[in-house]
Write a protein that binds this ligand. Structure first.
Ligand SMILES: *[C@@H]1O[C@H](CO)[C@@H](O)[C@H](O)[C@H]1NC(C)=O
Ligand SMILES: *[C@@H]1O[C@H](CO)[C@@H](O)[C@H](O)[C@H]1NC(C)=O
Ligand SMILES: *[C@@H]1O[C@H](CO)[C@@H](O)[C@H](O)[C@H]1NC(C)=O
Ligand SMILES: *[C@@H]1O[C@H](CO)[C@@H](O)[C@H](O)[C@H]1NC(C)=O
Ligand SMILES: *[C@@H]1O[C@H](CO)[C@@H](O)[C@H](O)[C@H]1NC(C)=O
Ligand SMILES: *[C@@H]1O[C@H](CO)[C@@H](O)[C@H](O)[C@H]1NC(C)=O
Ligand SMILES: *[C@@H]1O[C@H](CO)[C@@H](O)[C@H](O)[C@H]1NC(C)=O
Ligand SMILES: *[C@@H]1O[C@H](CO)[C@@H](O)[C@H](O)[C@H]1NC(C)=O
Ligand SMILES: *[C@@H]1O[C@H](CO)[C@@H](O)[C@H](O)[C@H]1NC(C)=O
Ligand SMILES: *[C@@H]1O[C@H](CO)[C@@H](O)[C@H](O)[C@H]1NC(C)=O
Ligand SMILES: *[C@@H]1O[C@H](CO)[C@@H](O)[C@H](O)[C@H]1NC(C)=O
Length: 818
């Protein structure tokens, strides 16, 4: 009886979950992989989980790449590692609850697998009977193709059709509903009074551009759209100046939500450079490649984020052109009745007859007779519309004179010659690479066999060849103690490169000459063991350019040893103060901040549940031989709050001086606690002094208190590291202090997210780089700081060297609870 009840409950639960999952109408699929992967906050399910009603996966085989080096960089790379191969026509049917706009993304990377060479694939892809791709011959690099279409059937159909004798493949796929107001019902045809209805067309995204010389990555966009930097399209870059002012964007004015375009698009712009010359008379122009014979939907994004420097009364009027045809006059005083920062966009369609050239030029230009004319644009989107043969493929174009651009028919002799020459070079290159790889692999294998003669199963299992120690095996490599003793001369004191709360850190060298850092836990404390475990789990789960990589660990004989990649330049702290190392330049400091922020941003957003580092400080940011920053020491890290909670309640841990006051008083931990600690690091970076320095006069002991007081008074130069004097422009210093101050806000909600922070830092770095380039002309470049000897002696963790610290602490707590 009870069992029956349970069973009913179980069935109900399953039915409910089915209903819920189809109601979300989102399908993210990682083809060929047995695992689900989370990329930028959405989970791509293994295609093994696909319901039969969507696709019968038994009819297709999965393949793995054998060459992980060819994978693109970045978080998306895991999606490209595997694929599904279709040898016959295959149809997906995605159930749709409500008619409307959907977005499809297809991921392709033709790799070499053990059973197939995907570059030989030839196939067509259709969605709802629209030809998205015909006779596709995959290019060598990874491609993400994006389409939007209006679905008014109960299923969205997607067909993969191999050419006879060939096959089709796909690495990953996204299908999801987009907001209905994202695309208009119709748009005006440029140069006419007519409108074109859009819902009867499928659209392919050709270019999506963020002005202001910065790209916007998929994780910064609600619909995971990639926005390229305009710098690759702008024609005469010296006419333009990038502008950024994220704070100015006001989504409550103008009635546009941030799903139209994120704040990162509206908060940056490229403006006509007219400050030096009041009579500037020029257009800013960007040029885009297009395929002749199609209509194109264009969208121009505007947001007045620049007017403040001219006063708000300033009239701003300019025109936008497409291929010399005027599209519209923009009068900023009319946008949302002149509210500053109101996002705004203009849509239009460019007819095919006007685009036989294969290029689309976008221009914005000032209206004549205005001194210091202002014109600018924040973003631009270019979408190809399907033609009346329901196709988006260039081979389906028929020009008025009857000619077509069929790709496969009579290619010219020159093309054939070029192709065969390229083929020869590629072959030669391939042969050389292949033999090189084989040699390298053999050598490695031999080394590994001698080094690890004990025979560890994890190593045996790994057959892909590349680097065995650094393999992506999930748990990391368990080193024999003997090997670690050998690498560190039996933990020789002369090899100690750091001492922390956890124990000592040694430099070591493996037999294959790999340099390593060995952290050896002091004899058991219970807490040490927990942190040891956390650190290994975290590090083996997360791999990122800006997180220190785990090489392995050793728990033999109750040892707690963690082996990391060796970071030649040691800690950030030791390049700021209290050491003989040359001090970092301002640009290096910004680069380090950007790197560390990237690592933390990845921790916060790289998986469905955020990871909070909890111990961000300058001694936990390490620098490699090129001064690239990596975040280290994950012993205190914690998984962030569940979706239904806003914080994790936990005992306070972390390093003195860096602790988030909110966390300190309420024991509530969020990602913003890391942001606070990062703000403290930014202060250290600027001021070049420790967070707590008992040797200083009383009011200067606490860096945060002292610096923030002076910042509020506007005495920015007084807190700056004297070494930097004259090297940082006042406005950049201001911006830096402003951002730092926000990170140090009392309440977490007032602090920026790591993503916003990263964005700001990147922009500052870019400005600095530009300034330096300009300065190079008459100034000799600064001597580089390279060449310093390897040294990193980490002082005790909180390094609260006695001295009336309890007083400072008490005062701090009082300050926060006030
Ligand atoms: C992947 O996610 C699905 C639910 O979306 C779940 O049923 C399945 O067990 C997961 N697979 C793995 C390997 O985690
Ligand atoms: C991740 O997704 C959740 C739920 O859809 C959302 O609330 C959250 O803001 C997203 N986070 C990011 C960084 O996009
Ligand atoms: C949608 O797919 C389901 C399952 O394959 C099928 O039963 C249904 O008839 C399809 N509906 C339409 C309109 O094609
Ligand atoms: C692909 O690799 C995964 C693990 O990396 C493995 O489980 C799977 O069996 C492989 N599939 C094929 C077809 O080789
Ligand atoms: C696609 O074409 C087939 C046959 O031509 C037709 O039965 C089907 O309804 C069409 N589907 C859509 C979504 O237009
Ligand atoms: C597009 O969607 C609308 C409603 O959302 C529907 O009425 C219309 O028939 C659809 N048009 C096409 C061509 O699919
Ligand atoms: C755009 O940024 C790149 C590097 O990010 C830089 O080299 C270039 O000079 C910048 N262009 C402008 C116009 O600022
Ligand atoms: C944003 O716009 C609304 C509507 O115009 C206005 O009431 C509000 O003050 C604006 N907010 C800011 C911060 O300017
Ligand atoms: C676009 O601009 C480029 C560079 O200014 C010019 O060479 C080209 O002819 C223009 N193309 C069109 C279609 O206006
Ligand atoms: C800007 O471009 C438009 C269209 O090509 C042209 O009519 C106008 O004269 C240009 N303005 C300047 C100042 O070059
Ligand atoms: C602009 O002002 C007019 C009249 O005052 C008002 O009707 C309209 O709603 C306002 N528009 C916006 C976007 O605030």
């Amino acid at each position: 009886m009870v069992n029956l009840k349970l069973f009913t409950l179980w069935v109900l639960a399953i039915l409910y979950s089915l209903r819920v999952s189809s109601a979300s109408e989102s399908f993210f699929i990682n083809f060929g992989s047995p695992e689900n992967v989370t990329v930028n906050n959405r989970t791509f399910d293994s295609d093994n989980n696909l319901g039969r009603e969507i696709f019968d996966s038994t009819r297709a085989t999965s393949v793995n790449t054998t060459d992980t080096n060819s994978l693109p960089k970045g978080d998306e790379s895991t999606l490209f590692q595997t694929a599904r191969v279709f040898t016959e026509e295959s149809r997906f049917r995605f159930p749709i609850e409500q008619h409307g706009w959907f977005l499809i993304r297809l991921y392709f990377l033709p790799f070499l697998s053990s059973s197939r060479d995907l570059t030989t694939a030839r196939f067509s892809v259709l969605a709802q009977n629209f030809t998205l791709i015909r006779d596709y011959k995959p290019s060598k690099t990874s491609v993400v193709k994006e389409y939007s279409l209006n679905v008014s059937t109960n299923n969205l159909s997607l067909d993969f059709r191999p050419e006879t004798g060939s096959f089709a493949f796909v690495n990953a796929l996204e299908v999801f509903r987009i907001p209905e107001n994202l695309l208009p019902e119709e748009a005006g045809l440029i140069g006419t009074q007519k409108n074109l209805k859009l819902r009867t067309h499928a659209m392919e995204t050709v270019s999506r551009v963020n002005m202001g010389n910065l790209s916007v990555s998929r994780d910064q966009d609600k619909l995971w759209r990639q926005w390229d930097s305009d710098s690759e399209y702008i024609v005469e870059a010296h006419f333009g100046t990038p502008v950024m002012n994220l704070e100015a964007v006001n989504f409550s004015a103008g009635g546009i939500k941030d799903d139209i375009a994120p704040v990162y698009v509206y908060g940056t712009a490229t403006r006509l450079n007219s400050e030096d010359n009041p009579t500037t008379n020029a257009n800013l122009t960007w040029t885009f490649k297009i395929e002749p014979g199609f209509d194109y939907f264009v969208r121009f994004h505007f947001c007045n984020i620049i007017v403040n420097s001219f006063g708000s009364k300033r009239q701003i009027v300019f025109d936008i052109f497409v291929n010399s045809e005027k599209v519209e006059s923009i009068d900023m005083t009319e946008v949302a009745n002149g509210t500053l920062g109101a996002p705004y966009f203009v849509d239009a369609v460019m007819r095919k007859a006007r685009s036989r050239e294969g290029a689309l030029n976008l221009s914005v230009g000032g209206v004549m007779d205005v001194s210091y004319p202002i014109s600018f644009i924040n973003g631009f989107e270019l979408l190809k519309l399907s033609n009346d043969k329901r196709s988006l493929d260039a081979s389906d174009v028929v020009f008025p004179d009857g000619s077509s651009r069929n790709k496969s028919s009579n290619p010219s002799i020159g093309l054939i010659a070029g192709l065969s020459a390229a083929l020869c070079v590629a072959l030669l290159f391939g042969v050389v690479m292949f033999s090189w790889c084989v040699r390298k692999r053999r050598r490695r294998n031999r080394q590994m066999q001698t080094v690890h003669s004990r025979g560890d199963e994890q190593i045996r299992k790994n057959e892909t060849g590349e680097s065995l120690i650094f393999s992506s095996s999930k748990i990391g490599y368990r080193f024999p103690l003997a090997l670690i003793k050998e690498a560190t001369d039996d933990f020789d004191e002369s090899l100690v490169i750091g001492v922390g709360g956890f124990g000592k850190v040694y430099k070591g060298v493996l037999r294959d000459k790999t340099e390593i850092a060995v952290k050896r836990g002091a004899p058991q404390s219970h807490q040490g063991l927990a942190e040891f475990k956390t650190e290994i789990e975290m590090l083996s789960q997360f791999r990122h350019r800006h997180l220190v990589s785990l090489i392995g660990y050793c728990d033999e004989n109750s040892e707690m040893i963690i082996v990391y990649e060796y970071m030649e330049k040691g800690t950030l702290r030791n390049h700021l103060y209290d050491s003989d190392n040359p001090r970092l330049s301002w640009r290096q400091r910004l680069e380090v901040c950007v790197g560390a922020a990237r690592g933390l941003h990845y921790l916060h957003t790289g998986s469905t549940r955020a990871i909070i580092h909890r111990d961000v400080k300058s001694a936990n940011i390490l620098l490699d031989e090129n001064f690239m920053a990596k975040v280290a020491d994950f012993g205190l890290s914690k998984t962030g709050p569940d979706l239904d909670q806003t914080y994790v309640s936990t005992a306070v841990k972390g390093s003195f001086g860096y602790l988030d006051p909110e966390y300190l008083t309420r024991q509530q931990l969020t990602e913003k606690s890391d942001v606070y600690s990062f703000g403290v690091v930014m202060l250290e970076v600027l001021c070049g002094r420790p967070v707590i320095d008992p040797s200083l006069p009383r009011e200067e002991v606490n860096l945060i208190e002292w610096a923030m007081k002076l910042v509020k008074k506007g005495k920015l130069e007084e807190i700056m590291d004297p070494i930097l004097e004259g090297k940082v422009k006042l406005e950049e210093l201001k911006k830096y202090c402003e951002v730092t101050e926000k990170c140090l806000a009392q309440n977490g909600i007032d602090r920026p997210t790591m993503g916003d922070l990263l964005w700001n830092l990147e922009f500052m770095l870019q400005v600095q780089a530009k300034d330096e380039k300009a300065a190079m002309v008459d100034d000799k470049p600064e001597a580089s700081v390279a060449g310093s000897t390897v040294q990193f002696s980490v002082n005790g963790v909180g390094d609260i060297a006695g001295v009336s610290m309890s007083k400072v602490f008490a005062q701090m707590v009082r300050e926060e609870t006030r």
